[in-house]
Design a binder for this molecule. Structure first.
Ligand code: WT7
Length: 634
């Protein structure tokens, strides 16, 4: 299709989706999703718009949408091309074989007493069995909660306890960058404090043995041997939850984002089709780990629901060399690559020569997600990786939104970064000021004014927090507050520039500053700590921690090691501070509030304009921090 006609098609569909959402979504739901029972109403929203229900009283099954419905037409088509950390470790699976594997594993889960509505935690490397486990939960109507393999046993424990699950699925080991990761040991440590756990299913992914606990642990391959490959897909209602996925907030513990079955699947499918201009022969590779929302929506559910061939890769982009992605693109004739700016910046840093031995001729489209993409990285992606032949789709969305909300469209080849950002169908973005009133200013806080099908249902176990986090303005408008700053660019379209709250976006992962502070102050020597972000050349944002020690302790090398280790055991290696700035105390207001605004200025080297310090009880500390800043050069 010519670019003009794609544009016109988008415009007319978008307009329809806004003017007549009921008929629009009714039509799309019939096209993109296979139903077991039709709906009585397309949408019911609460008066304050905080809660919306889609496709009421209808039934479907997400796993059968991703598998069964393709069997006749695409049974032999490759569903998953998998490559392990070791480049010689390769495996492919057709839709039919994936279907059988999922049915078998669904029966295993059934035999372990997993029923509709039960929660199941999955702590796995990026392997085919992880996809199987997710789809098997969906087949039974059980709610999966996938936890990233990089989280520590403490972080894992908190999530397992919050879901109140009985069954965990894991592997003996994972592999990343040539190293084995002892996943099973980390699970065992977490489970010491999880009395509800009855069974642990263990995939034997590497040759190493695992310490299997009698009556609790079950080998995946042994259980699968006796399992039947026939398993009916359970009918679930549209708003029955498909999964919980934890994400960090600006305060408190991570939030269990709860997503629906029907609306979520529809949103992933329609955006996958339109943003990536999906065609039957595409080989589509989204490099995200299945444990993040990008993995859920655009490695697994969106593409499989459309019957796509996906690439799944276990390892890191720099192993064995920084050519790995480009070699894999040539090896599998990848047409569509969807990755994150932090990965691209890592590869830029390794030098251009790694691009030399690959042609990348199969590439048609390039996507970006997770954080704002800066102009240099965009140019490298466009010019070097895509040789100016592939449009770049910079997709903005969140764990909470379920799928892509704002993006460029595939026909928009442009040499300028981030022009013409389009809202997806049914998405009505706007800006509010700091008092949460709609504003005509060019810069503001991003809101979404109407509910959309892929919107999160609530925060698991905490409906109050859901309303207080995302709908503080529900009395006037009921707009979804994204927590991001955005601006109208030259084309008059909205572009997201970064977070407006105290969450940090470190290498594409959100981490709450309070989570890191809570870990630091667990150390007996730490009196107080405050964490802010600063610009980091590879990670986007780096983690800058101001730490005040109790008098008798020394800020020496061993203290640094202990504090970093503490953050690693409490949360994850990805949450470790890049800078520890020692201070006798933190700048505080008379009411005892830490002035983060000032701390942010100092870590960003913006000393001229630290702002008003008159409300501080200890204004002298600001000068101390500025003077000592040089010691912590970054
Ligand atoms: C936050 C959501 C989207 C799935 C992966 C991350 C930032 C994400 C972009 C983008 C600017 C972006 C936002 C958002 N973000 N994509 N294209 N441009 N910022 O999901 O962990 O829930 O993080 O990531 O700040 O709020 P998440």
């Amino acid at each position: 299709m010519k670019s003009n006609s794609i544009n016109e098609k988008y415009n007319s569909l978008y307009e329809w989706s806004i003017k007549d959402p009921i008929n629009f979504w009714s039509e799309q739901a019939g096209h993109f999703v296979e139903w077991m029972r039709p709906w009585t109403d397309v949408l019911k929203k609460s008066d304050d718009k905080t809660h919306a229900k889609w496709f009421l009283n209808a039934e479907l099954n997400v796993s059968s949408n991703c598998l069964d419905r393709h069997l006749i037409k695409r049974g032999d088509k490759t569903a998953i091309i998998w490559e392990g950390d070791d480049p010689d470790d390769r495996r492919q699976m057709s839709y039919r074989d994936l279907y059988k594997e999922v049915c078998k594993f669904s029966n295993v889960l059934k035999s372990l007493n997993v029923n509709k509505g039960d929660r199941v935690c999955i702590y796995m490397p990026n392997i085919i069995e992880t996809a199987v486990a997710m789809l098997a939960c969906a087949r039974l109507g059980a709610i999966h909660s996938v936890i990233f393999g990089g989280f520590s046993s403490n972080a894992l424990k908190d999530r397992i306890i919050d879901t109140q699950c009985k069954v965990v699925i894991t592997a003996n080991e994972g592999r990343r960058g040539g190293k084995n990761i002892p996943i099973k040991n980390i699970i065992d440590e977490a489970l010491i404090d999880c009395p509800l756990i009855e069974k642990v299913v263990v995939v034997k992914h590497t040759q190493s043995d695992a310490n299997m606990i009698a009556d609790r642990d079950v080998w995946y391959h042994e259980a699968m041997q006796q399992s039947s490959d026939v398993c009916n897909a359970e009918a679930v209602e549209s708003s029955d939850p498909l999964f919980i996925l934890y994400t960090s907030g600006s305060t408190g513990k991570p939030k269990g984002i709860l997503h629906s079955s029907a609306g979520y699947l529809l949103h992933c499918s329609i955006t996958f089709q339109h943003v990536f201009d999906y065609k039957e022969d595409d080989v589509y590779w989204c490099t995200a780990d299945l444990a993040w929302i990008t993995g859920h929506s655009y490695v697994l559910y969106g593409p499989l629901s459309m019957g796509a061939t996906i690439v799944l890769y276990e390892g890191v982009p720099t192993y064995p060399t920084a050519s790995r992605y480009w070699e894999m693109i040539d090896r599998y004739n990848v047409t569509t690559l969807y990755t994150a700016p932090t990965i691209l910046r890592t590869l830029v840093g390794m030098g251009e020569s790694y691009l030399n031995d690959s042609s990348r001729e199969s590439l048609r489209l390039l996507g970006s997600v997770g954080e704002p993409i800066d102009a240099d990285t965009w140019n490298w992606y466009f010019t070097k990786v895509g040789k100016k032949q592939c449009p770049i789709l910079d997709t903005w969305w969140q764990t909470e939104t379920g799928g892509i909300m704002l993006s460029q469209l595939p026909h928009m080849i442009t040499e300028k970064c981030g022009e013409e950002v389009k809202p997806m169908f049914g998405i009505v973005p706007d800006l509010v000021d700091d008092n949460e009133k709609l504003t005509t200013e060019k810069v503001g806080n991003l809101v979404i004014k109407e509910p959309w099908p892929g919107q999160m249902l609530t925060i698991y176990n905490d409906a109050k927090r859901f309303e207080e986090t995302y709908f503080t303005n529900r009395k006037h408008g009921g707009y979804y507050l994204a927590g991001d700053r955005a601006l109208y660019n030259e084309k008059g379209t909205l572009r997201v520039t970064g977070r407006s709250d105290d969450t940090l976006n470190v290498a594409g992962h959100l981490i709450g500053s309070t989570e890191i502070e809570a870990a630091l102050i667990k150390h007996e020597a730490v009196a107080e700590a405050a964490v802010v972000g600063y610009p980091h050349p590879v990670k986007g944002q780096g983690i800058y921690a101001y730490v005040a020690l109790i008098n008798e302790y020394e800020p020496d090398e061993s203290m640094i090691g202990e504090l970093l280790q503490l953050v690693k055991t409490e949360i994850s290696g990805i949450a470790k501070p890049d800078v520890l700035h020692w201070t006798p105390e933190l700048p505080k207001t008379r009411s005892g509030k830490v002035m983060r605004r000032i701390l942010r200025k100092i870590s960003n080297n913006e000393f001229d304009d630290v702002g008003d310090t008159s409300t501080l009880v200890n204004p002298e500390i600001v000068q101390f921090l500025i003077t000592s800043r040089a010691q912590y050069g970054v």
